[in-house]
Write a protein that binds this ligand. Structure first.
Ligand code: F6R
Length: 614
């Protein structure tokens, strides 16, 4: 969602901002803008609907000798995506400009009050309301900019990450956050402000993650001050970024999504590194060590997430119940938070999030914490809000995921859930020694087996060519591979815009079968040993109605291969690990279909990488 970037220091600010905006493109946006202070302290604002390149064309010449500037990529919430609603937004006097990520819930009440005081509004945004509110407070109370921002934020209800620049205060930028992320990069007499670390990493590794309801003033004399909105001074905690610039580049691939699909042998290995010790037959998850006992004795584990991470949670449900015999409930974070759930202190909640910034997941965590439950996190982005508001957790270590469609983060999440379930099963004695060691040996082979699946990409590309014009797709799977049917369908619909539904295979008879005719491709994940005969029957039912079967089968499983119109053979593995392999061909299929349909694979329409609004 919206991306924020700001710079104050001695270097040329505009290239830093434009480059930063490009780094933030992956978050999803529909307009972009930039504001800077000229040498004579006049504020200049340029904004444009569309991509950052449109903004650059609109700028014509890149201004030089600029040392303070802010930039924004907007994902429309209040008001259509157009030039006027794009950020930065200016105050009525033109002296204050604001960029904002989030939603101000009481903006219309504040707007009405400001209109009564003579303020005119040009945009439909809640952000312009913040700019004018700051201006009003500053002139009413005669306070400095940072104080006016602080007082203004005491009046607003909602979520925000903002950066404020004023021509009356040319030596500083003010930033603040509540529920939307904001990172401060600290260089030599220079500061960077951004929604995440991606625009910062090429300039400095020293960062401070701003906490909720904190305001920072960064100045061009190299000083900065963090306060809470209650006016308490905070001591900053400076961290070192564990991210390299190469991780943010396409590295020879045409698209980030393709790169990330191909990284999976490595990222799955990275998720297990230092955690799975095959020789000793042990699993250790340092991040949750102190909570093992609590988990083992939990009457219930509640898994909370959204989207792809929710699909990983569904696999977690199978794993924890099957291996560790702990009852599990899986919920969409957005539903959980609004359904008055029963949460007990002994419950352990595990929140799963790639970005660690999903607003609904954050709110669900806060709710669970307020009821006394222990909350653990499984996050990919180091230092993200969810990783900080949970009691403990495990990072997935998949590295930055730039493609909007989640791929490597998903397999990393499933890997962590597998390790957790195995660890608990071993400690609880709910798994036999033989089975435990068999799974460990197989888990260690998964990266190589993913590598083998990637080698059949050409075959999958041919299948994609056959079905690229389909209008609907059905995905069917059972047990561990039911969530894979959901995830395969989600991958296809989000990047190719083809309508796709995932279903438990047995549910087909209860409705979706009505859709099947010769136009309907049906992807069947048929690797499960346990439900092989049942899946075979489902395939027969589809074939009887002339649906086209694309089957994902385990090598050597002849029967389904023969029945299917197209069979994609993947290596055999333990059933509980099969999702880690069966999702790979579905990611590749979605990727090729989207590409053949001319879609923007990395930045699908309307989607945001990190969903920081409800
Ligand atoms: C789909 C996708 C989304 C995210 C969802 C949750 O490919 O990426 O469905 O999984 O928005 O995001 P995180 O995991 O960052 O909480």
């Amino acid at each position: 969602m919206c991306g924020i970037v700001g710079y104050i220091g001695t270097k040329e600010a505009i290239p830093i901002i434009l480059n930063g905006l490009r780094r933030l493109e992956y978050r999803g946006y529909d307009s972009a803008g930039i504001a800077y202070l000229n040498g004579d302290n006049t504020l200049k604002v340029f904004k444009k609907k569309g991509k950052v390149n449109e903004l650059v064309k609109h700028l014509k010449n890149i201004p030089t000798n600029i040392h303070i500037a802010i930039g924004h990529t907007r994902w429309a919430t209040h008001g259509a995506p157009n030039d006027i609603n794009a950020h930065p937004q200016l105050s009525a006097s033109g002296k204050i400009t604001v960029i904002h990520n989030g939603i101000i819930e009481n903006y219309s009440i504040i707007k009405e009050a400001l209109i009564k005081q003579g303020y005119n509004f040009v945009s439909e945004t809640d952000t312009e309301v913040i700019a004018n509110l700051i201006e009003e407070i500053q002139s009413r109370d005669g306070v400095i900019l940072s104080e006016a921002v602080r007082l203004a934020l005491n009046e607003v209800i909602g979520a925000y990450a903002i950066v404020v620049m004023s021509s009356d205060f040319p030596d500083e930028l003010i930033a603040a956050r509540k529920s939307s992320p904001l990172v401060i990069g600290i260089g030599e007499n220079e500061f960077f402000l951004a929604s995440d670390a991606t625009p910062i990493v090429e300039h400095t590794k020293n960062v401070v993650y701003l906490n909720d309801e904190e305001i920072v003033s960064v100045k061009n004399d190299g000083t900065f001050l963090i306060k809470t909105i209650e006016n308490k001074i905070k001591t900053p905690f400076i961290e070192e970024l564990q991210m390299e610039l190469e991780m943010l580049e396409r590295g020879g691939y045409d698209y980030f999504m393709l790169k990330e699909i191909y990284e999976q042998p490595t990222t799955v290995k990275d998720s297990m590194r230092g955690r799975l010790n095959l020789e000793k037959g042990t699993i250790s998850l340092g991040g949750i060590k102190d909570y093992e006992h609590k988990l083992m004795n939990a009457p219930r584990i509640i898994l909370l997430a959204c989207g792809t991470s929710w699909h990983a949670a569904l696999i977690g449900e199978y794993l924890f119940e099957d291996l560790a015999r702990i009852p599990v409930e899986v919920d969409y974070a957005s539903e959980f938070r609004y359904r008055n759930p029963i949460i007990k202190e002994e419950d352990v909640v595990i929140a799963i999030s790639q970005s660690g910034e999903t607003l609904d997941t954050m709110a669900a965590i806060e709710l669970a914490k307020s009821k006394g439950a222990t909350v653990l996190g499984i996050c990919n982005v180091v230092g993200s809000t969810i990783s900080r508001i949970t009691d403990a957790g495990c990072y997935t270590h998949a590295g930055p995921e730039i493609g909007v469609a989640s791929t490597k983060a998903f397999t990393a999440q499933v890997t962590i859930l597998t390790l957790m379930a195995l660890l608990l099963a071993r400690k609880k004695g709910t798994i036999t020694d033989t089975h435990y060691h068999q799974i460990l040996i197989e888990l260690d082979k998964i990266p190589a087996k993913i590598e083998a699946v990637l080698k059949i990409s050409k075959q999958i590309e041919k299948i994609a060519a056959e079905f690229k014009d389909a209008r609907n797709f059905l995905y069917l799977g059972r047990a561990y591979n039911f969530p894979i049917a959901l995830e395969g369908a989600l991958k296809l619909k989000e990047i190719s815009y083809i309508h796709a539904e995932g279903y438990p295979a047995a549910e087909m008879k209860h409705g979706p079968i009505a859709l099947i005719d010769e136009e309907m491709p049906v992807v069947v994940i048929a690797t499960n040993q346990s439900a092989y005969e049942k899946i075979t029957n489902n395939i027969m039912e589809v074939k009887a109605r002339r649906g086209k079967i694309i089957a994902i089968v385990a090598e050597g499983n002849g029967k389904i291969k023969e029945l299917a119109d197209y069979a994609i053979e993947i290596p055999e593995t333990e059933e509980i690990l099969s999702p880690l392999l069966s999702i790979i061909p579905l990611q590749i299929l979605a990727y090729h279909i989207a590409l053949m349909r001319g879609c923007n694979v990395d930045q699908p329409r309307n989607l945001a990488k990190s969903v920081t609004v409800e």
